[in-house]
Structures are given as C-alpha cells and as structure tokens.
Write a new protein. Structure first.
Ligand SMILES: Cc1cc2nc3c(=O)[nH]c(=O)nc-3n(C[C@H](O)[C@H](O)[C@H](O)COP(=O)(O)OP(=O)(O)OC[C@H]3O[C@@H](n4cnc5c(N)ncnc54)[C@H](O)[C@@H]3O)c2cc1C
Length: 391
C-alpha cells in the first residue's frame, strides 16, 4: 500500500554522495573548532554568515539547474548534506525554507524573471524566504485562509494576518497564500501565492516568543500592501495545488526524524562501552527504527530524482506524511530514552553537552508534531489512502 514501487535493496548511496559526506563533515568540524557556531538542538538557528559559506561551496539549491545558480547534483547528495547538517546541529534556518520549499516551488511554478531574480540569490545564501500560510483560524484547515488580495493598477493590494511565520523578522520575503477570488464556490479555488517582501510598506512583523524566550516565529500583519503583478507565483487561483505540493517536500526529509539525533549520540556516549541489558535493548530498538525511517525518507529522495515527478504526486504526499508522523514521535522517544537511561539533569546553560541538549529538546520538541501538519491531520491523510475518501 505504501512505498509500493520501491526496491529498498537498491537504496545505496552513490560514490559522489559518500565523497560529499566526508567533505561536509570536515567543513562542519572545522567550523565548530573555529567557533563559527555552537551546535544547539531545538530549533535550527538563523546564521546568515554560515548560510553564505554554504552558498559559496554550492551547497544550497544543489539540485537546481546551473542557469539558476544550482549545481545539478543529485537529490541523494542533497539528502546527505541535510543529514550531516542535522547530525552536527548546524544553524540552517536562513536557507532551509528557500532550499527545500520556495526554491523548488519557484522552479516548478515561477516565471523566468522570478527564477533568475530569486534562485541564484537563494543559492548564494544571500536571500532568505519565509512561509506565509497559517492564519488565526486557518492552520490545519488551511483552505480557510482569509488574507485577501484585491486588484490594483499594476498589481494587488494585500490585507490580512499571518501567524507562526518562522523567521519573518530576518527573511527577505515570504510566500503568501491569499484569496484572490472571494466568490470562488469551492474553498480550494480562488487562492493564489504572492511573493511579498517583508520590508514593503504596510508589513508589520511582531514576535511570538517560545516558552524559553527564543524568538523564532512571528505574526505578520499586511495592511493594503502593494504587490506588483510580477510577484504572482504560478497561476491565479492555483495557490492550493501549489502550496500542497510544497508540503510534501516539507514532510519527507531527515529534518523530520533527526532533530534529536545528536542527543541520541550523546546518550550512547554517556552510557559508555558496557551499557546494561535494558540500555542495550532500548538503544538497539532506537537505532533500528532510525534505520527504517532513513530508508523511507531515502526512498522519497530517490523518487525525486529528475524524471520522476513524485515530489508533487499525491501518492508520495502520503508517504511523506507517514515519514513525518513516525519521525516526529521517534524524536520524542530519544528524549524519553535519555531521561530513563541516564542520570542527567536537563540544564539549558550547562557546559555538559548532553545536559544542554536534553534541556533544549525537552522545551522544543513538542512543536515537531504541529508544524508542517499536525499528527491528527497526517493520520487522516494516511487513513484516507488506506480506506478511500470519506463517504
Ligand atoms: C515551530 C513552528 C513553526 C511554524 N512555522 C510556520 C511557518 O513558517 N509558516 C506558516 O505558515 N505556519 C507555520 N507554523 C504553523 C503550523 O503549520 C500550524 O501550527 C499547524 O498547521 C496547525 O495549525 P493550528 O496551529 O492553527 O492548529 P489547529 O489547526 O487549530 O489544530 C489544533 C488541534 O486540532 C486538531 N485538528 C485540527 N483539525 C482537525 C481535523 N480535521 N481532524 C482532527 N483533528 C484536527 C489538530 O491536530 C490540533 O491538535 C509553524 C508551527 C510551529 C509549531
């Protein structure tokens, strides 16, 4: 029923991906040694300088065509890159949305002018995108979006409110899902995507702080913001189709099961060379689960290779939902195992990495089962595939 056409025995990484892994590992080790960043768990941090360095190496938008600043490398190489960034808890917030979602969306739906303007800048690590989908009252039920765009000479006037907009206070622009035809009969019709620059007149960004005080996401108010015609992405009224194809990309990668991986490594280190039988069993189970999730995620990355349109097919969307649902619960189980097996106090400012990681993950991991689609919504998608549409 799921992963029907995947031959899991063929999921071997090619030599180019293995070479890249060594290169990325050496780079990250040198960056940490030089104090360029301190690994933190919870939410990946926004570090424009780090992102620029990745851009210089051709490590952002690496699968994109060269004419748009990409490297035309394989999705498996991108997969390896993502794994290494997560394993080192590197600060990737500045480029992750652009690299994973808005870049591929622009490639698929954007105009030539948009591609030439934004993609090379994202790939250089100099242009940062945020995602303006959720609104108060329109999260899981995204089709309830009320932000509206009204026709104005040469473009649109956009009015409304977005919420939970990660890194809107640092990003250059965001994709705004809005209603361009208020009278469309079906709620999924009449929605469009516009690129709105975050320093445009009429845009106000206000922080929403996490319980640990960190500023990661925001509410964004749009008050009759002028958006020129050339910032419409794709076709008017096709916003729903476009935005849901982005979600499949958001749900399937290692970001959905590896955000607590460095804690797992610290746990194994803390258990030492001779863990007791209970610890061996728990670590063994978690390692096996990790391997299974990784194969599932890798199978999706393989299906994304040029020639396969799977990233945007509804079928792969369900597989992606499966990876995210299983992956985010797996991440929590690593925290539970750390608390059960090691006598360690979670302390946010500890010099001991294990204690600090534990504190950082306990505070932040609950968000994993909400962002990018809640557990209940993902399971509904999966159930519908198994049982067929509701009568
Ligand atoms: C860390 C983080 C970062 C985020 N970043 C962004 C961002 O950059 N851009 C952006 O646009 N959004 C972002 N979001 C928002 C995120 O996409 C929404 O929070 C999510 O879609 C859930 O919507 P909601 O918060 O409105 O909750 P609701 O949709 O109100 O859900 C509340 C509860 O009701 C349940 N529920 C809702 N509908 C159903 C149903 N039909 N059947 C069963 N149960 C249901 C949900 O599962 C959940 O438990 C972010 C969220 C988090 C936590």
């Amino acid at each position: 029923m799921f992963f029907e056409n995947v031959d899991f025995s063929t999921l071997e990484l090619p030599p180019a991906a293995l070479r890249l892994r060594e290169e990325v590992r050496a780079f990250l080790k040198a960056e940490i040694a030089a104090g360029a960043f301190t690994p933190h768990l919870g939410h990946t941090e926004f570090n424009a300088e780090f992102t620029r360095k990745l851009g210089e190496r051709g490590w952002i938008g690496m699968t994109w065509p060269k004419r748009y600043g990409g490297q035309e490398r394989s999705y498996l190489e991108r997969f390896v890159m993502t794994e290494e960034m997560l394993a080192a808890a590197a600060p990737c917030a500045a480029h992750w949305f652009g690299d994973r979602q808005t870049g591929p969306s622009l490639l698929k739906y954007g105009s030539e002018a948009q591609k030439l303007r934004f993609l090379p800048a994202i790939a250089r690590g100099e242009c940062y995108f945020a995602l303006g989908m959720s609104e108060p009252g329109a999260g899981s039920d995204l089709a309830s979006v009320r932000t509206r765009a009204e026709r104005a000479p040469g473009g649109w006037r956009v009015t409304g409110q977005k919420v939970w907009t990660s890194w809107a206070h640092k990003a250059s622009a965001f994709f705004v899902l809005c209603r361009t035809s208020p009278d469309a009969g079906n709620r999924h019709d009449g929605l469009s995507q516009l690129i709105v620059e975050l320093d445009a007149p009429g845009v106000t960004v206000r922080p929403i702080r996490f319980m640990n005080g960190h500023h990661h996401f925001n509410e964004v108010f749009l008050d009759s913001v002028f958006v020129p015609d050339e910032m419409l992405v794709g076709e008017i009224g096709q916003g729903w189709k476009q935005v849901t194809s982005e979600l499949a990309l958001e749900r399937s990668g290692p970001e959905r099961y590896m955000t607590t991986f460095p804690l797992f490594v610290e746990l194994i280190r803390a258990l030492g060379p001779a863990p007791d039988a209970r610890a061996q069993e728990m670590v063994g189970r978690l390692a096996a689960r990790f391997w299974t999730l990784r194969r599932m995620s890798l199978a999706i990355a393989l299906a994304l290779e040029p020639g396969a349109d799977a990233g945007h097919s509804p079928d792969l969307g369900t597989e992606a939902a499966l990876v995210k649902d299983m992956g985010t619960f797996y991440e929590r189980e690593i925290i539970d195992a750390a608390r059960l097996l090691a006598a360690v106090e979670p302390t946010p400012d500890a010099t001991n990495t294990f204690e600090r990681y534990l504190a950082e993950t306990i505070v932040c991991t609950p968000v994993a089962t909400i962002r990018g689609g809640t557990t209940e919504v993902l399971r509904t998608l999966i159930a519908r595939r198994l049982l067929g549409p509701l009568k």
